[in-house]
Design a protein around this ligand. Sequence first.
Ligand code: CDP
Length: 219
Amino acid sequence: MQIAIDGPASAGKSTIAKLIAKRLKFVYCDTGAMYRTVTLLAKNHQIDYGDVSSIVKLMDEHEIKFINKDDGQVVLLDGHNVSEEIRSEAVTNNVSQVSAIKEVREKLVELQRQLANDTDIVMDGRDIGTTVLPNAEVKIFLIASVEVRAQRRYKENVERGIETSLKTLEQEIAARDYKDSHREISPLQKADDAIEVDTSDMTIEEVVAKVLEIVQANK
Ligand code: CDP
């Protein structure tokens, strides 16, 4: 069974997808982490985020690996755990430029499809229901207002010891939404057969319950 969870920045996709995977004992795949890791690679090598050929070359030269652990997915770049580093502001604010590159998407989508090939999976991202797994049995599109999403990211940042103003976060999230929704290849878009869930006024447990209800109905 394939469960696709898409939606804009900070709508709660990863949190929900992780919990659903745990409840159902499915593999969890965070595709945003893949685009973030390629962005980190470019950053570490001081490559311009628009330099397509150099970024593609870096992807060929370095090993990006995803390991599933009980408490989520670990990202290894050349054997080093970069799961924390890929969440830095520098990566977050440049990932939309890197994820708009056609060659980057082609490589990562292929990897994502391979991962989903022989296992029950919950995959979250922007284009899972539309492009990566168009035949997924369950497609969820999670949304929430920009204000609520900025609040959530703010709380997350405080917990990780990062100082950012709420206003700045709102602007950054809106900017990323715009770039992700307006890029040429696989823009952020609700699949025709996806079920939209507005999580603005819902707790995590309520969203998990709602998604499990949708999964049950589609079994
Ligand atoms: O967790 P958050 O909502 O901040 O973002 P993410 O899911 O980690 O995704 C980071 C970025 O990767 C997005 O803003 C998109 O630019 C890109 N992305 C994508 O293009 N396609 C996907 N399937 C997943 C992420």
